[in-house]
Design a protein around this ligand. Structure first.
Ligand code: SF4
Length: 328
């Protein structure tokens, strides 16, 4: 690896298609990062099992769909290594080793685990769900990752990974770099409550058609102060205005002024936001259509990336075994 390049690991759990929140939060930056850094992108099908173990067919189908999403937004398999987690047994091996250095209480106090467990209504935690950050640490360490693009909710997991690699390095030998975090932007849901999430029904899929995009935006929450068109609004608290800020930079100031002075109706404003989203998604739809016709090519590029990631993971595990003195 070029010493001036960062080794980046990023990815998604394969529990369904990706949406605009994923694009703003990470896909957009991945497209830029792949130009400069050594980028690995993980299709986390094992971690998908932590919450969807009863739906293996959904996970398998999602591996293909998420790959299409990646290719659609401009991730280039010649620049980024796309790989499937379950095809790298070394990750599972390292997960077991790392699980020796982390306590159950430390995992229980992970704020993201606590929030997810509460949101999912779990009264008890499955071992795999609780150990999700350990598995993620193994993904990171197997690839010898130095930089991790992460949303705010992922920061506690990355902190766990940092602690685990530090502990390993202290105990045995300095095998792993301690990864740094690169935080990304965030897009709120259309309901104005929390982040965009498919399970909360407040998301726009990356493969949504133009009518669907407009229909979703029509239902978006706005500033509740605006009852009549002439009521002055507060765009800075309006979820729709966030879309203008992110996708329609040229008219953003005008819309702010018009809303604040009660000179634009929310229906028109939402339509303009929908137009902006559709403009962004148009080339994605075209690229996705191209790859949808080439299923075997998509599979092969995924296998090629997985073979490369496995070579990396195997080399790492040789060092791990050497450091621990368990290389028989
Ligand atoms: Fe929101 Fe636009 Fe309505 Fe203002 S005019 S409240 S920014 S949708």
């Amino acid at each position: 690896m070029n010493p001036n390049k960062e080794r980046i690991l990023t990815g998604d759990r394969t529990t369904g298609q990706l949406h605009l929140g994923h694009y703003v939060g990470s896909l957009r930056s991945r497209v830029e990062l792949q130009e400069v850094h050594d980028t690995y992108i993980l299709l986390a099908d094992v971690q998908a099992l932590t919450t969807h173990y009863e739906q293996p067919e959904l996970i398998a189908n999602s591996v293909h769909q998420v790959t299409l999403d990646y290719l659609a937004v401009g991730i280039d398999p010649d620049k980024s290594t796309l790989f499937i987690q379950s095809m790298i047994p070394e990750i599972a091996e390292l997960t077991v080793i790392f699980s020796m250095f982390v306590t159950v209480n430390a995992l229980r106090h992970n704020p993201t685990i606590k929030t997810e467990a509460r949101d999912r209504g779990y009264t008890d935690l499955y071992y795999g769900f609780l150990g999700y950050p350990v598995s993620q640490a193994a993904d990171i360490a197997c690839c010898k990752t130095t930089l991790i693009p992460a949303g705010e909710d992922q920061i506690p997991h990355v902190e766990t990974a940092r602690k685990l690699v530090r502990r390993f390095n202290e105990l045995y030998a300095p095998v792993f770099p301690e990864p740094r975090i690169l935080t990304g932007a965030r897009l709120g849901g259309l309901d104005g409550v929390g982040k965009m999430s498919k399970s909360m029904g407040n998301a726009i899929s990356l493969n949504a058609d133009p009518q669907d995009v407009q229909a979703k935006l029509t239902k978006a929450k706005t500033d509740p102060a605006r009852i009549r068109r002439s009521d002055p609004g507060h765009p800075d608290i309006c979820p729709v205005y966030a879309y203008h800020q992110l996708f329609r930079s040229a008219d953003t100031e005008e819309i702010h002024t018009a809303c604040s002075q009660g000179k634009i109706g929310c229906t028109d404003c939402k339509r303009l936001a929908g137009d902006a989203v559709n403009e962004l998604l148009a080339p994605f739809r075209e690229r996705r259509g191209y790859y949808e016709q080439r299923k075997s090519q998509v599979k092969e590029l995924l296998m090629e990336g997985t073979r490369k990631a496995r070579r990396t993971a195997k080399e790492t595990m040789l060092e791990v075994r050497e450091a621990m003195g368990i290389r028989y």
